[in-house]
Design a protein around this ligand. Structure first.
Ligand code: A3P
Length: 304
């Protein structure tokens, strides 16, 4: 049972598993499926910046970095709202908001930053047609799996997995919302050969944020002073973001995210999977991984 603040609405997860339906073989939330025509017909603009990720790969982190870049390191401006308030999620509608994020995006003036967890073959065609710049952040599958498991437990948007073993099976067979991690990272990796995509890795940002932020600045054709660059690195570090209510999701109603079950800003550390995988699971994972990633040039670090 979720531990909730006094008088806060409790999390109702009774129908969350029923709220998942497939589009083109990819499980998506029912609410995304219901607005599928709107998503497909979404009119991207040439100066849109798209932030694409598989869930739990560092979306919020990258959003903070991009917001700091766009606001020249002005921390106050970046605290104007929580992570779900500042930039829209293309395919989502959140229970605490009146409008769909897509509607908000339509009303937003350019240049826009739009987030999505969709696999590359499901994003609106206008994104390709308008040649939008896209930043994709990928995170190693083991840490993604563990992070996604804990996220399921703490958010009412997703069903409660029985245990990690059950979730492990679902993740590996792609039966989770947004589908197979393997197809997602490979699909976007292939797309980068023909589109303006900066493909980044969570583990690289963790290891050397300065180098990775410099890559982003180059991709966005933006210049910032050394002082602003250092400010961005500091403000977007895990410890600082974890303490920032405008970055750590604690401003959301407990009925949507219950941080007493598992905080959104949980560990933020490559290699945390070692605390969860059994030796047998790890061996099975590695075998399955080799098969599923065969022929791919993608390389992930599972620790730093
Ligand atoms: P963990 O659950 O492993 O801690 P997303 O925003 O895509 O949902 O990803 C959430 C994951 O990114 C969580 O991982 C969260 O802690 C981590 N994260 C968020 N901000 C971070 C930061 N500044 N540095 C490192 N990890 C961060």
């Amino acid at each position: 049972m979720a531990k909730n603040e006094k008088n806060a609405p409790t999390m109702d997860k009774s129908s969350t598993k029923l709220n998942i339906l497939e589009i083109d073989g990819v499980p998506l939330l029912l609410l995304s499926k219901e607005m599928w025509d709107e998503i497909c017909n979404f009119p991207a603009r040439p100066d849109d910046l798209i932030l694409a990720t598989y869930p739990k790969s560092g979306t919020t982190w990258m959003q903070e970095i991009l917001d700091m870049i766009q606001n020249d390191g002005d921390v106050k401006k970046c605290k104007r709202g929580g992570p779900l308030e500042r930039y829209p999620f293309l395919e989502l509608k959140f229970p605490h908001k009146e409008k769909k994020d897509l509607e908000i995006a339509l009303e937003t003036s350019s240049p826009r930053l739009i987030k999505t967890h969709l696999p590359s073959h499901l994003v609106p065609p206008s994104i390709w047609k308008e040649n939008c710049k896209i930043i994709y952040v990928a995170r190693n599958a083991k840490d993604c799996l563990v992070s996604y498991y804990h996220f399921h437990r703490m958010t009412s948007l997703l069903y409660d997995p029985q245990n990690l073993e059950e979730f492990y099976e679902e993740f590996m067979s792609g039966k989770v919302v947004y589908g197979s991690w393997f197809d997602h990272v490979k699909g976007w990796w292939a797309a980068k050969d023909t589109h303006q995509i900066l493909y980044l890795f969570y583990e690289d940002i963790k290891k050397d944020p300065k180098r990775e932020i410099e890559k982003i600045l180059k991709f966005l054709e933006k210049d910032v002073s050394e002082e602003v660059l250092n400010k961005i690195i500091y403000h977007t570090s895990f410890d600082v973001m974890k303490q920032n209510p405008m970055a750590n999701y604690t401003t959301l109603p407990t009925s949507i995210m219950d941080h007493s079950i598992s905080p959104f800003m949980r560990k933020g550390m490559p290699g945390d999977w070692k605390n969860y995988f059994t030796v047998a699971q790890n061996e099975e994972f590695d075998k399955d991984y080799q098969k599923k990633m065969a022929g791919s040039t993608l390389n992930f670090r599972t620790e730093i």
